[in-house]
Design a protein around this ligand. Structure first.
Ligand SMILES: [Zn+2]
Length: 615
């Protein structure tokens, strides 16, 4: 190929063809890096190969094709004005740079500057190639370029078909539960504080639907989470084990115990998960393991694109420009996805897990509720939120009011969406043979102890959770259980209710009548959160000094930090936990609390229920 020809102007259609070709091949390269690298354990704890993560291939291709088509259009315009500035090999070099940068960015071990230099070097190498147009073999059906693209498209189609085929195969591999077995719907309202619901005494009218639903259900007045953030709390929920037993206190769950979804799938249940928490409710870190069908990070096109290098850069740019964090998928989206699955599933008893993130920062509100919660008209933007979370100082009163109103409006939005969900379930006649469990995985700090957000401690507002169980005809209605219970009791309770052997789930079950739980009010419930001087952990956060553990027993909460600091609160009389009673506490009582905590070994190698270990 002559130099003259390689520098000749390109037609718009040829630039677009080149953009699509580079986008498909570059997208697959990025997907390969993003999918396989986490499995090796080089970048963090080894993660799992998950069918739903295969969606990265189409997301990366869409992102790269879209950006390259845009860049190609600009280069074509420039070429109209200054033809000699943009010969074809420059276009090729620019496209190659974008593809290499996107794939290398997925290698999180590399520094951004090194990635830029490497991508520039590789782009320059492609630019310097004389031409990739080889003389066409007259016997060949396709040119070499076309055959590369067809090959890439073939791999892409395989990644689309494989998850579907695996899901189908998985469904045939499981046994069948009796057709009249109850269906199970487990709803986790991520980051919802119990005390912001009318059913738990809140007076602002945030939750008319849930309040009414609770009147026909069993409500647990003293339910507490096993931790103060999603990963350890969810693994406790799904395995029945405490955080130090299941070990998922920082990153990945290592499969040492069977999960609720795995057990139910083994007994013929169809298991499906729909999660708006696209940060931690993931198959690859073990939280969503065991579901035949799972929709999380790829629940929408928008979420899928945020998994790609270019999508993440676009998100940063958008957040910098708007000072707003992009919201998580809405409750409406989770409802839609679940109902679509419900309508298309085979006739088989199901276990569905729904995770809603509307009450997690950036708190999703709706204009329907702005009149009632006026501060929600100005939700805290990113700089304001960053200042609140990162400062040990008391928050500005006006800003604090806006945060409270925004949170309450998000609870009201979520409540309205739950009402819509249950109306749809009722319209399908699915609400009669259905066990429903509604809970949250942890709460959220809204200024107590000058703290916002969660994970940083274990104070009452982070560990007290709502818990409502409903089954018309088989469970009592309008019962309020006074006993102290843990989030981790839910899994074993579901299995017992369905008559499925639950010996692998450690002791701790929910009861449905106060007379069946005479010792409930004297039960101790433990929580744990790991800590340390990690990036993103502020000095004023209790976990900065190390782990924090808590015991709730009766009206008292005892909090112990790794550095030995102890606190004692009467959380019932002093829900803000402003009066530390530790100085006046009976030493015998403190010894008793410490003995409860000593039962949770600080060494993950000594779990209390080793008999259920799968390793
Ligand atoms: Zn959470």
């Amino acid at each position: 190929m002559s130099k003259e020809k390689s520098q000749a102007g390109s037609s718009f259609s040829s630039i677009m063809r080149l953009a699509i070709c580079f986008g498909v091949i570059g997208g697959l390269a990025e997907a390969a890096v993003r999918y396989t690298l986490p499995l090796t354990g080089w970048v963090s704890s080894p993660q799992k190969a998950c069918v739903d993560e295969a969606g990265i291939s189409w997301a990366a291709i869409i992102a790269q094709v879209a950006v390259l088509v845009g860049v190609g259009s600009l280069l074509w315009l420039l070429q109209r004005v200054r033809p000699h500035w943009v010969p074809r090999n420059v276009i090729r070099g620019v496209f190659a740079f974008v593809c290499f940068w996107s794939a290398l960015t997925a290698v999180t071990l590399l520094e951004p500057r090194s990635i830029l230099v490497l991508a520039l070097g590789l782009g320059a190498a492609i630019y310097r190639l004389p031409s990739w147009r080889k003389p066409r073999n007259p016997a060949a059906v396709l040119t070499p370029k076309q055959s590369y693209c067809v090959g890439a498209m073939g791999i892409f189609l395989l990644t689309l078909i494989a998850p579907w085929a695996i899901e189908r195969w998985g469904q045939h591999a499981t046994g069948r539960a009796a057709p009249d077995s109850p269906n199970v719907l487990l709803i986790i309202l991520d980051t919802l504080r119990a005390d912001r619901l009318g059913a738990y005494g809140y007076a602002r009218g945030t939750s008319p639907f849930l309040d009414d639903y609770a009147k026909h259900s069993v409500l647990y007045e003293r339910a507490f989470s096993s931790s103060s953030w999603t990963l350890p709390a969810h693994i406790s929920l799904f395995t029945g084990h405490r955080p130090l037993e299941h070990g998922a206190v920082l990153d990945t769950f290592d499969d040492r115990y069977e999960t609720l979804a795995q057990t139910l799938a083994k007994h013929g249940y169809q298991t499906a998960g729909f999660a708006a928490n696209t940060s931690y409710v993931l198959c690859r870190n073990g939280v969503a393991v065991g579901f035949d069908h799972f929709e999380g990070s790829y629940i929408s096109l928008h979420e899928a694109l945020l998994r790609t290098s270019l999508g993440q850069e676009a998100e940063k740019l958008l957040q910098w420009w708007t000072h707003r964090k992009l919201p998580y998928p809405s409750a409406q989206k989770v409802n839609q996805r679940f109902l679509k699955w419900l309508d298309g599933r085979p006739p088989q008893p199901f276990f569905a897990y729904l995770n809603f993130m509307d009450t997690h920062y950036p708190y999703r509100t709706s204009k329907d509720f702005l009149q009632r919660f006026p501060g929600a008209q100005q939700p805290p933007n990113l700089p304001e939120w960053g200042a609140l979370v990162g400062s040990p100082q008391p928050p500005d009163a006006a800003l604090n009011r806006r945060v409270q109103d925004t949170y309450d409006a998000s609870v009201a939005y979520l409540d309205a969406q739950l009402k819509a969900l249950f109306e749809q379930i009722h319209a399908r006649g699915m609400d009669q043979n259905l066990l429903v469990i509604i809970a949250s995985d942890h709460g959220d700090a809204l200024g107590e102890h000058h703290l916002f957000d969660h994970r940083h401690s274990l104070y009452r507002e982070l560990v007290q959770i709502p818990l409502i169980v409903h089954f018309p005809g088989r469970l009592p209605e309008g019962v309020r259980m006074p006993g102290t219970v843990s989030l981790r009791y839910i899994g074993g309770t579901i299995l017992d209710f369905l008559g499925i052997p639950s010996a692998d789930f450690p002791p701790g079950r929910l009861k449905f009548r106060p007379e069946d739980d005479p010792d409930g009010t004297s039960r101790a419930v433990l929580s744990h959160v790991a800590g340390g001087k990690f990036p993103g952990v502020y000095e004023h956060w209790p976990i900065y000094q190390g782990w924090v553990r808590s015991v709730v027993k009766g009206d008292l909460q005892f909090v112990l930090q790794e550095n030995g600091k102890m606190e004692l609160f009467n959380w019932k009389e002093d829900p803000q936990e402003t009066h530390d009673l530790i100085e006046k506490a009976d030493p015998q009582l403190i010894r008793e609390f410490r003995a409860h905590l000593a039962g949770v070994s600080p060494t993950p190698a000594e779990p209390a229920h080793t008999s259920t270990s799968r390793r």
